[in-house]
Design a protein around this ligand. Structure first.
Ligand code: TA6
Length: 291
């Protein structure tokens, strides 16, 4: 993603500025180790380009940067649930206004911390108190950690995902390993299936892999990306293929050729069956991505 031409709203440090991208404000990081963009709408990482690399993150050419809509591409924060087990799909975090809590630098690069707390809007959807922090560490690799603390006086349940869209050279020459062999097939009415240890994609894929390794490798003709997850119980792999891309107004029709989602996921079949978080405890989910 070309970040340098976006108009600057304010300068926070030598490497961190707030910039405008259509109707959303982004935190733009231009550091010697890497460049990155994070939208305050959704707490959504839009781009991560370590020095000498192409962007590791895919963004739709038709993406809509508007507070009314979740952004197609990047790393949507799906919380307090993953999928369609409640409304709206993938929870409200990806459609909420996050605030900047902190930014700092260390020898590894830049750290940006965003926050989201319960409000009248979130309580109308999900009636609980919480304080979520999203820590984004930008350096040779990208580390995103969601920490959602239960600040209510009763337990609540949640699931979630860091729904990373990876930027790949060509889906037809991409192989994925480390996702394990057993999966729930979202395109076969959640049928439990067993596949091989190596996944090549030549059709629409929407799978919840239930026994993934912590590190998943995605190799295309040009490079290998590595995704290391924690706090998860599953890894979702998604590519909508051509019909899916054509059916989405915010995805370019050929976009499926250069993306694959590899998602650090806490999967549950219903909110009742989701992870129980007691008062003062946190739900923590992370993903780190490097080339
Ligand atoms: O993570 C896979 C998935 O849940 C798919 O079922 C697919 O619909 C995708 O996410 C995108 O969902 P969205 O709500 O962003 O259109």
């Amino acid at each position: 993603m070309n970040l340098t031409h976006l108009p600057t709203i304010s300068v926070l440090s030598d490497s961190v500025t707030i910039a405008q991208l259509d109707d959303v404000k982004i935190i733009r990081v231009l550091h010697e180790k890497a460049e990155a963009a994070i939208s305050l709408h959704g707490g959504h990482v839009l781009s991560f380009t370590p020095k000498g690399q192409e962007d590791l993150i895919w963004m739709s050419k038709e993406a809509i940067f508007n507070p009314e809509k979740a952004i197609r591409g990047g790393v949507p924060v799906c919380w307090p649930w993953f999928g369609r087990i409640a409304n709206p799909a993938h929870g409200f975090a990806r459609n909420s206004a996050w605030s900047l809590i902190e930014h700092r630098e260390n020898e590894n690069g830049v750290i940006v911390v965003l926050g989201l707390s319960a409000s009248e809007e979130t309580k109308a959807i999900w009636p609980f108190e919480f304080k979520a922090r999203l820590t984004i560490e930008i350096g040779d690799e990208l580390l995103i950690t969601l920490d959602a603390k239960n600040t209510d006086d009763k337990a609540w349940n949640c699931s979630g995902a860091l729904h990373t869209y990876l930027n790949i050279a060509d889906i037809t020459s991409t192989t994925i390993t480390g996702m394990g062999s057993s999966y729930i097939d979202g395109l076969l009415e959640a049928k439990v299936c067993f596949g091989g240890e190596v996944l090549s994609i030549d059709t629409a894929v929407d799978r919840v892999y239930t026994q993934p390794e912590d590190t998943i490798l995605i190799s295309d003709a040009q490079r290998t990306l590595s995704v290391t997850n924690s706090g998860h119980n599953a890894a979702v792999i998604w590519n909508p293929w051509i019909e899916g891309a054509e059916s989405m107004g915010d995805m370019n029709n050929d976009g499926y050729q250069t993306m694959v989602c590899v998602e650090s996921t806490y999967h549950a079949t219903s909110l009742e069956a989701a992870k129980v978080i007691q008062p003062n405890e946190s739900f923590v989910l992370a993903t780190s991505i490097k080339a």
